[in-house]
Structures are given as structure tokens and as C-alpha cells.
Design a protein. Structure first.
Length: 210
């Protein structure tokens, strides 16, 4: 579990003044947690974002001894300067499952790619239903044995106890297209023929739901 330190703030504190001091206004809240207004240094947040995903549990230590186990819910970034403007942290209800979009992480090197095949990732993330303590930060997909024309399905993945993927078990997550398949697709495109939908476009990750 990642950890980040925070400081309490008053609503009278002006956000612009806080940002000039390198502090990012943030709020912590949940279904059974009253909003807590805090600040976190921008440097600390950027270090945190480099190491977590949206489904990584974060331990938030607020000065004064308050501690929250949270998930990152929303980040507001300035469109021009790309400075962090505001961050929302979500506190899940203890004992209840929630749904989060968990990103795919490919590991290994496919022998089929070395032979000229093209690796296609069909899902960048999969929605998962699990308790906060069981929620995986990412879904590891080992492609080291993936050969030409083969696919890795949801059912092929190692799902931990209490973790339920909200995608059909026979859905392909990644597939390796052979050079012949690539040539056929290119010929169809040149002839103006539709290639068909390989899969529905995924929705953007949404906020945690319990």
C-alpha cells in the first residue's frame, strides 16, 4: 500500500495562495465519511502518481494522527501549465465491495512478436468487483508463451480470492495477429471493405461504486 502525508486546511485558505507554496488542495470523503479538507505537497503527489494506479489503495496520513485508507478518485490539472489544481480521495465503506477499473500490465516477451506478429491489447483495463483490501492495483498478463494466432482470455488470468472480473470469461484480453492476418486486414482496407469490429470501445474509467 502506498503512503502519502497530508496537512489539514481551512476553507478560508485561498487555493491560489496554497499552490504558490507548492501545496495542492485536496478533499477526503466517502459514503460514511464526512469531507475532510487537506493539502498535499505537489512533489509528494507526483511521486505518488508515478507509483500507483486508480485501483491502488493509498494510506493517507493527515497531521494530527488521522489516517485514511483511500483510492484516488479525481485529479484536476491546469490545461496550460499542467500544474496539479485539486485532488479527490475516496474512502470506501469497510466490509463492502466496490467496482474499479483495474489496468492491464503486460509482462514477458512473446515469441510470436519476434517472428513478426503484432500484439494487440483489446482491453487497457478491466472492471473488477472486490473489497478494498482485495482490490488489485493492476492485472498482470504474462505474454511470454503467447504464440502466433493465440489469445489470452479473461479465464486464463490469475484472479485472487474475492476478486470478480466484470467481463465475460471468454473475452480475449490480448491477441497475437499473424503476418498473414495483418496482410489480409491491409488488403481489405485497401479495397475499402469493412474489417469488422474487434470489440466495443471501452468506457472511460469512472468513480468507485459500492
Amino acid at each position: 500500500m502506498a503512503t502519502v502525508k497530508a496537512m489539514s486546511r481551512s476553507l478560508e485558505d485561498r487555493p491560489k495562495a496554497l499552490r504558490r507554496r507548492g501545496l495542492v488542495p485536496a478533499v477526503v470523503y466517502g459514503a460514511h465519511t464526512e469531507p475532510v479538507h487537506i493539502t498535499v505537497t505537489e512533489d509528494a503527489l507526483r511521486r505518488l502518481f508515478d507509483t500507483i494506479t486508480r485501483s491502488t489503495a493509498v494510506e493517507l496520513d493527515v497531521e494530527g494522527g488521522q489516517e485514511y485508507h483511500v483510492f484516488l478518485k479525481d485529479i484536476q490539472v491546469h490545461p496550460t501549465t499542467e500544474r496539479l489544481m485539486h485532488v479527490d480521495f475516496y474512502v470506501p465503506e469497510q466490509g463492502r465491495a466496490l467496482t474499479l477499473a483495474v489496468p492491464i500490465r503486460l509482462v514477458g516477451s512473446s515469441p510470436g512478436v519476434k517472428e513478426g506478429g503484432m500484439l494487440e491489447t483489446l482491453h487497457e483495463y478491466i472492471y473488477v468487483h472486490a473489497r478494498a483490501s482485495k482490490m488489485p492495483p493492476y492485472i498482470e498478463v504474462d505474454i511470454s508463451r503467447l504464440d502466433m494466432g493465440q489469445s489470452i482470455l479473461v479465464s486464463d488470468l490469475n484472479w485472487g480470492e474475492g476478486v470478480e472480473p466484470l467481463l465475460a470469461h471468454d473475452s480475449a484480453v490480448v491477441t497475437l495477429i499473424s503476418p498473414r492476418g495483418l496482410a489480409a486486414a491491409a488488403a481489405a482496407a485497401a479495397a475499402g471493405e469493412p474489417e469488422g469490429e474487434e470489440g466495443a470501445e471501452e468506457e472511460e474509467a469512472v468513480e468507485p461504486t459500492e
